[in-house]
Design a protein around this ligand. Sequence first.
Ligand code: C2E
Ligand code: MG
Ligand code: MG
Ligand code: MG
Length: 287
Amino acid sequence: NADLALYRAKESGRGQLYFYEPVMDEKVERRRQLDYELHGALERGEFHLLFQPIFDLDTTRVLSCEVLLRWTNRHHGAVSPVEFIPIAEDNGLIDAIGHWVLYQACEAARGWPADVSIAVNLSPIQLRATHLPAVVLDALNASALPPERLNLEVTETVLLEDVEASLAALEALNRLRVRTTLDDFGTGYSSLSYLTRFPFQTLKIDRSFVTDLARSPASIAIVQTIVDLGAQLGMRTIAEGVETQAQLDQLRRTRCDAVQGYLLARPMSAAMVSAMLTGDAGEEAAG
Ligand code: C2E
Ligand code: MG
Ligand code: MG
Ligand code: MG
């Protein structure tokens, strides 16, 4: 029986390998190279941060800026975080990279007006690391940024993999008076009962719903439901990925709190965002 199972595994393995060979080789090889290049990327200074403003929907004031990590590798050029973050999660480098992002982000936000906060994406691995509160506190202390001005974004799918650990981490962050946002809301499979258990201050409505907003009644209903749910639970709602005026108009009708997207502002350099926030060279920063 064992022999038979082995034979079958080999057979199906060989079949797949044969079928996918050229594509698989390329993917595996690129991943192997990026994995290798990620080691030393911090030391070589290959990372930088961009900042994308989040606007109050009523007043159009900038409430916050989301930090988006960029990697420009010496051999591979610009690599998307969608591609390299999962590799860094697998090879363990996400911890060091995530710390670097947190420190840099707090440092950047320190120079901004006091009513503008900073939103930093957290990997699930960072969220569940027992040293997260210490690292966050360290970054805040190093930059003298008030904890209320730091907002940590966590994606929905992540939470349910380990509910108790996620809860404990979020509560520890709340005790530090750091804010938390549930990112990409609606794409995961959280039940509503979980939502009430997790102490988020903000829900970020996933771009996929915003994209369809102008033409799909179903998306309007979903967004409206999320906004109402947020209001009921005392959470603010942000819509991400706003690209058109029609989407923005529709979001106004849903009474969501804040908006983020290319229509309003693209991710921009630290220099540009601080010029925009302090009113210097506003034209340049907006362009
Ligand atoms: P996210 O946190 O949902 O970030 C929003 C993404 O949507 C960003 O992509 C942003 O550039 C993009 N975006 C913003 N406005 C628009 C718009 O109007 N239209 C469209 N089509 N896209 C828009 P980006 O920078 O490629 O980041 C992708 C994902 O990578 C992020 O999704 C986040 O999950 C992850 N990521 C980025 N930086 C970090 C980081 O420092 N740490 C961790 N752990 N993850 C990060
Ligand atoms: Mg985010
Ligand atoms: Mg998001
Ligand atoms: Mg998203």
